[in-house]
Design a protein around this ligand. Structure first.
Ligand code: MF3
Ligand code: CO
Length: 319
């Protein structure tokens, strides 16, 4: 999720994305292709017998709760948790299956087709499709594209890193997860970026248990990235999830925030930090209205799990 939607969030973004005054010494980020926008094929068809989310036909989301500081996160019932386990399990299965497609020469549009068909064959709807007008069924974000990349006709190149973000809507509940994969031979700096991003996510997950504040997550994530000479993008956040795709709580991955509240059993949310190589967290939304790119072209990597707070700790649902 990205915090841009309201004036309130735009203001927050501007303050969060202020340039960091960190060392400028590390200016080389490895050898890789800088990605720009390609051609996007028409949206793929969806069978009408599926349970569709509110926006499937119109692109307008009518079933998401407000996500400001005043909205408390939903506490899921046993029944809802069981439904979430199923949708999250399917999302992870599709993400793992998509991994087998990642090879030099395949286009992100072909990955989209694979993911779309697999989700539909499992009686679910690909959550990104037509969500606020998103054109495709999965997000594919390569190298300097941090997240929300729209699948297009660009073939994968040897040395790319690609994040694949799979979300499904199964029987009325969303599940959401992502991972970054290496294509062929990736340089050492790229591999290091990917492993730091994954560890950041797990460090965030590992602090989750009842009574902890949400800011504990951001601390664990940002500290690990910082200690390993990497940065986390402030305005790309995790989110509550359920019958709605995005809702409270907003999960910040950087410490510069004032988000209130404590974790309670039954809360379900995603943790999805984007870690970059660069020294600047300045970003831009490209002309497709979705793809988020670094301004200095440095690469980013993202991992995401959906997590349930339990009585004693947490369960990763996207397993
Ligand atoms: N995990 C991503 C997020 O929560 C999924 C985005 S799908 C999109 O931001 F349609 F919103 F792009
Ligand atoms: Co998400």
């Amino acid at each position: 999720m990205i915090l841009f939607k309201t004036a309130f969030q735009q203001k927050l973004l501007n303050s969060l994305c202020a340039r960091y005054f960190w060392s400028k010494s590390k200016q080389t980020y490895g050898v890789y292709d800088i990605v720009s926008l390609g051609d996007v094929s028409p949206p793929r068809a969806v069978p009408q017998y599926l349970t569709l989310p509110s926006y499937a036909e119109t692109g307008i989301v009518t079933d998401e709760p407000e996500s400001n500081d005043d909205c408390s996160p939903e506490i899921k019932t046993k029944g809802q948790i069981e439904m979430m386990r199923q949708s999250c399990k399917l999302a992870k299965f599709v993400l793992d299956s998509a991994r087998s497609q990642i090879k030099t020469g395949i286009t992100t549009d072909e990955i989209d087709e694979f993911v779309h068909d697999l989700i539909i064959n499992n009686n679910a709807y690909p959550s990104p499709l037509n969500y606020k007008g998103f054109m495709k069924s999965v997000c594919t974000s390569i190298n300097n594209i941090l997240c929300h990349g729209v699948p297009d006709n660009r073939p994968l190149h040897d040395g790319d890193i690609i994040s694949v973000d799979v979300s499904v809507y199964l029987n009325g509940f969303h599940g959401d997860c992502a991972a970054t994969y290496c294509v062929g031979d990736v340089d050492e700096q790229g591999k290091k970026l990917v492993s730091i991003a994954e560890q950041c996510m797990y460090n965030g997950i590992n602090v989750c248990k009842p009574g902890k504040s949400f800011s504990e997550i951001s601390k664990a994530i940002e500290l690990y990235a910082y200690n390993n000479e990497h940065r986390v993008i402030p305005c790309i956040t995790g989110h509550g999830i359920g019958t709605f795709f995005h809702g409270p709580p907003t999960i910040f991955h950087t410490t510069q925030n004032t988000y209130p509240g404590l974790m309670e059993p039954g809360m379900i949310f995603t943790i999805e930090p984007v870690v970059i190589q660069g020294t600047s967290s300045d970003i831009a939304i490209l002309d497709d209205g979705w793809s988020i790119a670094t301004l200095d072209d440095s690469r980013g990597a993202q991992f995401e799990h959906t997590v349930l707070i339990t009585e004693n700790g947490c369960d990763i649902l996207t397993v």
